[in-house]
Design a protein around this ligand. Structure first.
Ligand code: ZN
Length: 112
């Protein structure tokens, strides 16, 4: 596997990631998503590979904010299936153990 490198400008990259846009790689080309690794803190780590250099990069995906959790809770209470607050409509949260998790960002947004 080799060591993954950290990414600068994480904020901008995350925005593009949530929007499903192509993310530019620091070493040229773009970053191809390889996988998402949820952490026990409710956040996640995205693993990407540069399309040109094949270097691996890690991007920390922050855990759910209070506002995001509240939004998801309100959806559940209203009897709706909540979508990921970051990925938006069409990306349903799925049950993982006792948590409601977005498969695309690996973040837990509420209790199942
Ligand atoms: Zn998501």
């Amino acid at each position: 596997m080799g060591e993954a490198l950290q990414l600068d400008s994480a904020k901008q990259l995350l925005k593009q990631y949530y929007a499903g846009q192509r993310m530019p790689s620091p070493s040229g080309g773009f970053l191809m998503p390889l996988g998402i690794r949820p952490t026990d803190k409710g956040s996640a780590v995205g693993i990407f590979e540069c399309s040109v250099s094949s270097l691996r990069y890690e991007l920390e995906i922050p855990k759910a904010t209070r506002t995001e959790r509240k939004k998801v809770k309100e959806e559940i209470e209203a009897g709706r299936d909540p979508d990921c607050p970051r990925h938006g409509p069409g990306t349903r949260l799925t049950r993982a153990g006792k948590q409601l998790v977005c498969r695309a960002c690996g973040v837990a947004y509420g209790k199942a």
